[in-house]
Design a protein around this ligand. Structure first.
Ligand code: ADP
Ligand code: GN1
Ligand code: MG
Length: 355
């Protein structure tokens, strides 16, 4: 690998639970000093413009770096740090045309797959809110759109319908109930697109993939130290960043739990996250945005379930899967959560009103 590493490679293994990139931990040693790195093979079929993507990441992380220093923080741990390739570029292209990038490993911090302690979830909310606040005056027009229409739920609904009609794997008949669940909720797919078109919502620079495992929690202070996985930082909606965190972190079970009796949207976790996120955004959210936070949770959960189902119908080509029907299991947890949010709709709105 043509990166400016320190010392000799002593260990190398797959790392983390991301669904998109191939992530490895590298351990180097020099005069008994250990340095760890994160190496990633970028998913070129999903991120078709890796050079532009890395340009976004370099620009966003250097912008954050300045803000973190101004606020007296530690830029080595509070933002991602790209390790340049030997030619100085922020990526390396191998002989097969694969794009690799490398980050310094954030030590003494953990990314969680599920909420183990409500206080951690609160801290992750503050950190994701802060991230949005820190980027509030980032020149949004200079960002490349790394995935076109990433959270255009309306467009994703059309892609879903086409996947059902094409039925390339002959799986549609097996999932009629799930298909009907989506088709009955076209209004959910349209709500934010319509509001944007009416000028009711501002576009902001958002993260767009705010799962709990995309934040590093400091092992000692238990604060959300660093927001990672910056591939989808683009202009977007505040409610979507809020909502994606809820769909993943406020669930009482993991994203691919097969026993749906275990899957609920926990209202205590919803409240804790809403409080932390609003605080983290530091008064930047409009009244309308705050009012629409419960809708963000529902839309993101619905969209994600629909994306898992689309991928199942298309033959599991987008998300990494590790067992048969993995995308279908994931889709079912999301729809169970949507149904639970619908049942708890008044409570969710009361919580946000109270805040
Ligand atoms: P994906 O896009 O596939 O989700 P991520 O960039 O989120 O890939 O990385 C996958 C996992 O690797 C993360 O959830 C986290 O646990 C770990 N990780 C990524 N970057 C770092 C880093 N700089 N330091 C420590 N751990 C990291
Ligand atoms: C993917 O990269 P990762 O694992 O953090 C996906 C998200 C989905 C999520 C579902 C670029 O996130 O949009 O919500 O899986 N990222 C991309 O777990 O598609
Ligand atoms: Mg990730």
């Amino acid at each position: 690998m043509k990166f400016s590493f320190k010392g000799n490679l002593v260990e190398y293994k797959p790392w983390g639970n991301g669904h998109i990139n191939d992530t490895y931990l590298l351990v180097f040693e020099q005069e008994r000093e250990i340095t760890r790195y994160i190496l990633q093979r970028m998913n070129k079929s999903i991120f078709t413009q890796p050079v532009e993507l890395m340009e976004n990441i370099m620009n966003v992380t250097s912008f954050l770096r300045k803000r973190i220093i101004e606020n007296g923080g530690d830029p080595e741990r509070e933002t991602l740090n790209v390790v340049p390739a030997e030619d100085g570029k922020p990526y390396f292209v191998d002989s097969e045309g694969e794009f690799w990038r490398c980050y310094r490993f954030i030590e003494n911090a953990t990314s969680f797959e599920q909420v183990e302690n409500p206080e951690d979830f609160y801290q992750s909310a503050v950190a994701f809110g802060n991230f949005q606040r820190l980027l509030a005056d980032y020149p949004a027009e200079t960002l490349h759109e790394t995935i076109k229409g990433f959270h255009d739920t309306k467009a994703r609904f059309e892609v879903f319908k086409k996947a059902v009609a094409d039925d390339v794997c002959g799986r549609a008949a097996l999932v009629q109930e799930e298909i009907n669940f989506v088709l009955a909720r076209e209004d959910v797919a349209n709500v934010f697109g319509n509001m944007l078109a009416n000028g009711e919502l501002p576009l902001r620079v958002t993260h767009n993939d705010t799962k709990l495992n995309n934040i590093m929690i400091d092992n000692e202070t238990r604060k959300g130290i660093c927001v990672i996985d910056l591939d989808t930082v683009m202009p977007g909606l505040a409610m979507n960043d809020f909502g994606d965190s809820i769909r993943f972190g406020a669930s009482t079970a993991s994203e691919d739990e097969q026993d749906l009796n275990k899957v609920w949207c926990d209202m205590k976790l919803f409240e804790i996250y809403a409080k932390g996120f609003i605080e983290g955004c530091g008064g930047k959210l409009t009244k309308k945005e705050i009012e629409m936070l419960p809708m963000g949770a529902k839309v993101m959960t619905f969209e994600c379930g629909m994306r898992f189902l689309t991928d199942y119908l298309q033959g599991d080509t987008y998300f990494k899967t590790h067992r048969e029907n993995h995308n279908l299991d994931r889709c079912r947890t999301q729809f169970k959560l949507v149904a639970d949010m619908e049942a708890k709709w008044d409570i969710m709105n009361e919580i946000v009103n109270k805040l």
